[in-house]
Ligand binder design. Structure first.
Ligand SMILES: [Ca+2]
Length: 266
């Protein structure tokens, strides 16, 4: 009897010394992210302006088209009027200097209202544009279909000739070019979930990248002379240019410290 009460006392002590874990791993909040970007400036120690282009991209990708204004990253797309530049349009892209491991990536953004163009928030592994071998997890907005979002995993190998991808285009119930909304990618081993305004809308297990990924954002016009581009992005309407995609903030959470706002989702 004496032994039992001693044990209870010990257990009681242990209970007090080791408080119950409150719904871990949802220990953080969106506001307390260990990695965040508010875009008060374009910090070039954190962000690299990307100047590569590719056949399906009808833009010269320019430093001048990735700027910060009003606490937002603004990626612009417009017509090219300079003879020295080879493409008909200009666009912009930035990528994080840092590579991230599995976790939740949250962005508050407004898509570009450029018909014939695309604006995006996406994750991509280390790569060289010249060999086109890489993996991506994408959130893309098609200017000709602004009330939908396209969610894709890509795996490009063998110089891009071996291309595997899984893609879903889903209705949003709002115009993504009209206002800011919160979009998120939850990337874990062998699965990706996408969210719109904290609601899980898509789950994918195919072609999930296994290696660290950079965050990237871009906007560009399609080159409709290239195979498949007109089918994907539709006709270019230059009357909708100039246009811009705007990014208000980004948060990143590792899997062991997901934010309470996403607790239990999906
Ligand atoms: Ca901001």
């Amino acid at each position: 009897m004496k032994l039992k009460s001693s044990l209870l006392a010990v257990l009681g002590f242990i209970t007090i010394a080791c408080p119950v874990q409150p719904a871990a791993p949802f220990a953080a909040t969106l506001a307390s992210a260990i990695w965040s970007e508010e875009f008060e400036s374009l910090d070039l120690t954190r962000w690299e302006v990307q100047l590569y282009t590719f056949p399906a991209n009808g833009c010269n990708m320019l430093e001048s088209h990735a700027t910060v204004a009003g606490s937002r990253l603004v990626l612009r797309v417009d017509r090219n009027t300079e003879a020295r530049l080879p493409k008909a349009f200009n666009g912009g892209e930035v990528g994080s200097a840092k590579f991230f491991n599995y976790g939740l990536f949250v962005v508050r953004m407004k898509a570009a209202r450029a018909r014939g163009g695309v604006s995006a928030f996406f994750l991509m592994n280390q790569w060289q544009p010249k060999d086109w071998e890489h993996r991506e997890i994408d959130i893309e907005f098609i200017g000709n279909n602004p009330r939908a979002v396209q969610l894709t995993t890509h795996d490009f190998q063998n110089g891009g000739r071996n291309w595997k991808h899984a893609s879903s285009t889903l209705a949003l119930g709002f115009d993504a070019t009209a206002d800011f909304h919160e979009y998120a990618i939850l990337w874990a081993k062998d699965r990706v979930d996408w969210f719109v305004d904290r609601r899980a809308i898509c789950h994918e297990t195919r072609y999930v990248p296994p290696e660290p990924l950079q965050m990237r954002m871009n906007v560009y016009m399609g080159d409709v002379r290239e195979p498949g581009v007109a089918q994907w992005l539709g006709a270019v309407d230059v009357a909708t240019l100039p246009a811009a995609a705007e990014y208000e903030w980004i948060r990143y959470f590792p899997l062991d410290a997901l934010p309470t706002e996403y607790a239990g989702k999906p």
